[in-house]
Design a protein around this ligand. Structure first.
Ligand SMILES: Nc1ncnc2c1ncn2[C@@H]1O[C@H](COP(=O)(O)OP(=O)(O)OP(=O)(O)O)[C@@H](O)[C@H]1O
Length: 315
């Protein structure tokens, strides 16, 4: 293992409904046993990840690695914090400890045990570049590691986050079930909305958009492959638009989505892979970014692919 001077650890004890605490205990034991210097920075409330990551990146020293231990939301905040700092290309290490962990699934490190992952992180001499998304809103710019969704999946995130069953199901390691049961609940409630997509090839208008996902890799909702062919290593972002359909047509499409991923070929689904595109939702809708709620609004977002260095053993 290469000797590193220090690990600065951003820990969200609330992530994964207790899972992050369990993983942290194992990590701490390993660090102490191997006499690796570390400092822990615990998030106390929503949004702390941004502030902590910015402060750490502002004064980062050589041979110090920043390690994020939490879920997708904590990683999202840490990336955004680093991007706001004086050193926006500061690499981040990450040990997934949330309930959904879609980023780790998307970059295919979800099968690696936390201590094995930690050993790789500690021994890496050069970080790896992984695609992330940049979303330019009229009033701010945000980075995302998984996806930004408008419509059904965002409504589902909202409903899951406000559901009493979420904690219970997460405790049973059934986070995806919490998402799917909310999804079934909001299917009827979510209406169709008008959407305009602008790409380098022109303008595409939808009158009946229902699921809209600008995504960096296949997954949302803790392992649902909305876009099975998206990859965070191709220098592109994907966009999936599903039109509102009803009855048996919807059930068929939905079962394709949950089983073999053949929904992308369905006539009610539109899919592109681009470096840049713009979305205008023209109607107040729910939005989600990496599983975190966005204020419902008429979305006007310019998307660009970006990338960030990570201390992660990706192929
Ligand atoms: N001490 C805290 N108290 C309450 N909320 C917190 C605290 N620290 C962080 N948070 C918030 O917890 C939320 C959830 O974090 P995170 O997304 O990392 O975990 P998760 O939801 O379990 O995982 P995933 O997003 O992978 O499903 C984030 O919005 C974060 O800002």
């Amino acid at each position: 293992m290469t000797k590193i001077a220090k690990l600065e650890i951003i820990l969200n004890r609330r992530a994964g409904n207790g899972e992050s605490i369990r993983i942290w205990k194992t990590v701490k034991k390993f660090l102490k046993k191997n006499e690796i210097d570390f400092q822990i920075h615990t998030t106390q409330k929503n949004g702390d990840g941004v502030r902590i990551a910015k402060d750490l990146a502002d004064s980062i020293e050589k041979q110090t690695k920043i390690l994020v231990l939490g879920g997708d939301g904590t990683l999202n905040q840490s990336v955004n914090g680093v991007k706001l700092s004086k050193n926006p290309d500061t690499p981040l290490a990450y040990i997934p400890a949330g309930s959904g962990n879609d980023f780790s699934r998307g970059i295919k490190i979800n099968h690696i045990k936390p201590i094995v992952l930690l050993q790789s992180i500690l021994s890496m001499e050069n970080p790896r570049q992984i695609d992330i998304g940049r979303a330019i809103f009229p009033d701010q710019t945000k980075y995302f590691v998984n996806n930004i969704g408008i419509g059904l999946d965002a409504n589902t995130v909202y409903t899951t986050n406000h559901s009493k069953r979420k904690d219970f199901l997460n405790k049973l390691k059934l986070g995806t079930l919490a998402y799917v049961s909310s999804l079934i609940k909001v299917i009827k409630e979510q209406g169709a909305f008008p959407l305009t997509v602008t790409t380098k090839d022109g303008i595409k208008k939808f009158d009946q958009a229902y699921i809209v996902s600008a995504t960096n890799h296949p997954y949302f909702g803790g392992g649902i492959a909305i876009d099975p062919i998206a990859t965070p290593f191709d220098g592109k972002l994907d966009l999936v638009v599903v039109n509102k359909i009803k009855g048996r047509t919807f059930v068929k499409l939905f079962s394709k989505l949950l089983t073999d991923g053949s929904h992308l070929q369905d006539e009610n689904v539109w899919h592109i892979q681009e470096k840049e595109f713009t979305l205008s939702s023209l109607h107040d809708e729910y939005g989600q970014m990496d599983g975190e709620e966005l204020t419902p609004q008429e979305f006007e977002i310019n998307f660009e692919v970006s990338s960030h260095p990570f201390w992660l053993p990706v192929e």
